[in-house]
Write a new protein. Structure first.
Length: 234
């Protein structure tokens, strides 16, 4: 989800790489779960998040949607799954009775990197520290790589870039016509291909193949649509 604010407003003014030290360590939260409440639909799952979560829980994405643990929302023109907030506290549906994360080992990437965020530019991204977001008053320095704790970090970095810029292309294509049949078709393929279909053992290779398949379909449909507009049929 894009935030229409300047980096200076929400960060300490620095951008971080994997080997940088950043004041992000909240000491295990010490029972706090403020960042797991009142988040609206902002904790969005990317395809890797969805794969890890469903495999970790042993259930499909559609079941988690039916159980009210996840929900689908339109985000910048794309229909994507997000963690659902529930109850009077508007708390994440995966919090347990003690206010602790019930999916800690396979929590989404947004949760994993908090209070860091990603800043995308020129086909790549770096990390930034969100100031004033974490309730911990004296966070400790930690290496970005250790904090995020992601296996195959290089491949995952490439995946995040590919996914971000693919969504950008979809957003541009449906801008101003989010309720059209064209937008609905694109989003249904996006959900089916990247979220509802089971991935092969090597997620990253499988994802890359699906990106190629999606872009082929996407280019065909956008080309057909431009032709319809030119002929006055849309």
């Amino acid at each position: 989800m894009k935030r229409n604010v300047s980096l200076e407003e929400i960060s300490d003014g620095r951008l971080y790489g994997w080997n940088d030290m950043v004041k992000a360590d909240c000491h295990g939260c010490n029972g706090c779960h403020k960042c797991c409440t009142g988040m609206g639909n902002s904790v969005i799952l990317d395809p890797y998040d969805a794969k890890r979560l469903t495999e970790g829980l042993g259930v499909g994405l559609q079941q988690l949607l039916a159980e009210g643990k996840l929900e689908l929302q339109v985000v910048d023109g794309c229909i994507l799954p997000n963690m659902k907030m529930t109850g009077p506290e508007e708390a994440c549906a995966f919090l347990d009775a003690d206010g602790r994360c019930g999916i800690q080992r396979y929590r989404p990437g947004i949760c994993r990197l908090f209070p860091l965020g990603r800043y995308y530019a020129d086909g790549d991204f770096r990390y930034f520290l969100q100031v004033g977001e974490c309730a911990e008053k004296k966070p400790s320095k930690v290496k970005v790589e250790k904090w995020i704790d992601m296996a195959e970090r290089g491949r995952h970095h490439d995946f995040l870039c590919n996914w971000h810029y693919l969504l950008n292309d979809v957003e541009e294509a449906v801008k101003g016509q989010e309720d059209s049949e064209f937008a609905r078709k694109i989003n249904m393929v996006l959900l089916q291909l990247f979220y509802f279909m089971t991935y092969e053992e090597d997620f990253y290779d499988d994802f890359s193949s699906r990106v190629d398949e999606f872009r082929e379909t996407f280019l065909t449909w956008t080309g057909d649509r431009r032709e319809n507009v030119r002929q006055g049929n849309d």
